[in-house]
Design a binder for this molecule. Structure first.
Ligand SMILES: Nc1nc2c(ncn2[C@@H]2O[C@H](COP(=O)(O)OP(=O)(O)OP(=O)(O)O)[C@@H](O)[C@H]2O)c(=O)[nH]1
Ligand SMILES: [Mg+2]
Length: 466
């Protein structure tokens, strides 16, 4: 791989074509992992474990690791002088062609370090961007990734440009480097603008879709990457969503109908996983992808209870949710992978901290009944127990009742079918529009308009809301 290869090619403004990426890919490189740990950082378990997971996901072959404990990073080369020499030796010895640093480096630090060890250096953010670039499948996810990549590259481009333009100032004319970079920069800015506009459009389309689904309660799975969200989604809904033992297996939002016994059905969405210090640009870019999450009636925050870092991961997810401006009040914490937990003590430690968490295994199905009950409960106030009289020719309404609610019984007469159904109040639009008659038999003291009738009654007319 070439170091410092040009990031943008010259040419007219590009249309929104999505099969190219502006960052170099690191697949198949022989990589060395490096991390600087400062005294105030607490590190449990394997300090390079997560980075190794990311590096493997990105397709690199990890051939060495190096850690430096230091009060603060070196301004120029990030690691101290001795460590840089050690790194250089290791690179030669292992024949590595890439160094991945677990921290965030300034563009200048990357350049200086690359020069000192004569090897390509990327930081954690660039690695995550690389994974996202390789994995994004839908149009929207790819727009978001390209935007994040460009925004990441731009300050680096700018600094390179400043540096070159200063050089050229001496001769009083514009150097070729400057000119090219100026063009690159302008193109990049234009492209960022186009991508943002396009993302806005997609976002609006999504909003319209969400609005159209208002008849059904929505539940979103969120959580740290690799926590088991997709596996849980598959297990609960028979969906065929890719679940894999790699970080960031899912980069798009998928939605499936999930039927909860005794409650009705909800729309369950799987989302992209979170990670500590998720690159800021990515959070912003994925806002569109996570739009459904912010609109959801309930969040299921899935955590991997078998991971030694589970408490830190839970905190990291809460932090990202906050950054996204998503309220946490309607989140249920789901501790997944209990089948794989090493010691009861470690699970207990998490449960003590989060006593309301629901303990499940997406693999064995353990705890699913509790999960359904908890979700039903959380959405519960919105569910109604109804007897709906339907014209036998109104197939649309009969299908609506079956899709959105739980049908408990059906009585067929010549001129009407009376369906006893439990369904969310939000699904009442179609029912109100086309039922012959509706009786609310769930909470006799409250009718559907929120009024309190003097005498609770199951009589046909008293709670008629049609
Ligand atoms: N033992 C065990 N493994 C599980 C369980 N749930 C998921 N896994 C495994 O954990 C790995 C990650 O699962 P995914 O469902 O892809 O995780 P995810 O949260 O969707 O991950 P991303 O999409 O990458 O954010 C897979 O290898 C699953 O088989 C579980 O309950 N028990
Ligand atoms: Mg997934």
């Amino acid at each position: 791989m070439k170091v410092n290869q040009p990031i943008f090619s010259c040419g007219g403004p590009r249309p929104i074509v999505l099969d190219e990426t502006s960052l170099t890919r690191v697949e198949n490189e022989r990589s060395i992992l490096a991390r600087l740990i400062q005294p105030e950082q607490t590190v449990d378990g394997d300090p390079l474990g997560e980075l190794e997971g990311l590096a493997t996901t990105a397709g690199t072959d990890v051939v060495g690791q190096i850690i430096q404990r230091r009060t603060r990073p070196d301004q120029k080369t990030f690691f101290g002088k001795g460590k840089v020499e050690e790194l250089l030796d290791l690179v030669k010895q292992r024949d590595a062609d890439l160094v991945i640093v677990d921290n965030d480096l300034s563009p200048a630090q990357v350049r200086n370090l690359e020069k000192a060890i004569d090897t390509k250096v990327i930081d954690r953010t660039e690695l995550i961007l690389d994974i996202f670039a390789a994995g994004a499948r839908t149009y929207e996810a790819r727009l978001a990734v390209e935007l994040a990549q460009l925004e990441y590259s731009l300050p680096r481009l700018k600094r390179m440009w400043t540096h070159l333009s200063r050089q050229s100032m001496g001769v009083g004319m514009r150097g070729p480097g400057e000119k090219q970079l100026e063009v690159d920069r302008r193109l990049a800015l234009k492209r960022i603008h186009d991508l943002k506009t396009e993302l806005k459009k997609v976002e609006r389309r999504r909003e319209r879709q969400v609005a159209a689904r208002q008849d059904t309660a929505t539940v979103s799975l969120v959580g740290y990457t690799n926590a088991g969200k997709s596996t849980l989604m598959n297990a609960l809904t028979d969906a065929e969503v890719l679940a894999a033992d790699k970080l960031f297996a899912t980069l798009d939002t998928r939605t499936r109908r999930w039927h909860i016994n005794h409650w009705g059905s909800v729309l369950l969405s799987d989302t992209v996983g979170f990670i500590r210090d998720l690159p800021h640009g990515l959070v912003a870019s994925f806002k569109a992808t996570l739009e459904e999450t912010s609109q959801a009636d309930l969040l299921l925050h899935v955590a991997d209870a078998s991971n030694p870092q589970v408490l830190e991961q839970i905190t990291a997810v809460y932090k990202v949710l906050e950054e996204l401006g998503i309220e946490q009040k309607d989140a249920l914490l789901v501790l997944n992978k209990v089948d794989q937990v090493d010691s009861p003590e470690s699970l207990q430690r998490v449960q003590e901290r989060y006593p309301n968490a629901i303990v499940v295994s997406a693999k064995t199905g353990k705890g699913f009944a509790d999960l359904r009950e908890a979700v039903g409960h959380a959405l519960g106030s919105e569910f109604l127990d109804l007897e709906v009289e339907v014209d036998p020719s109104n197939g649309k309404l009969l299908a609506h009742l079956a899709a959105h609610g739980e049908v408990l019984s059906r009585v067929i007469e010549d001129d009407r079918i009376t369906v006893h159904v439990r369904m969310p109040a939000r699904s009442m639009g179609e029912v109100k529009r086309s039922a012959l008659n509706i009786r609310d038999v769930s909470t006799p003291t409250i009718d559907l308009e929120g009024n309190t009738p003097a005498t609770p009654s199951r009589d046909a007319d008293s709670s008629d809301v049609a």
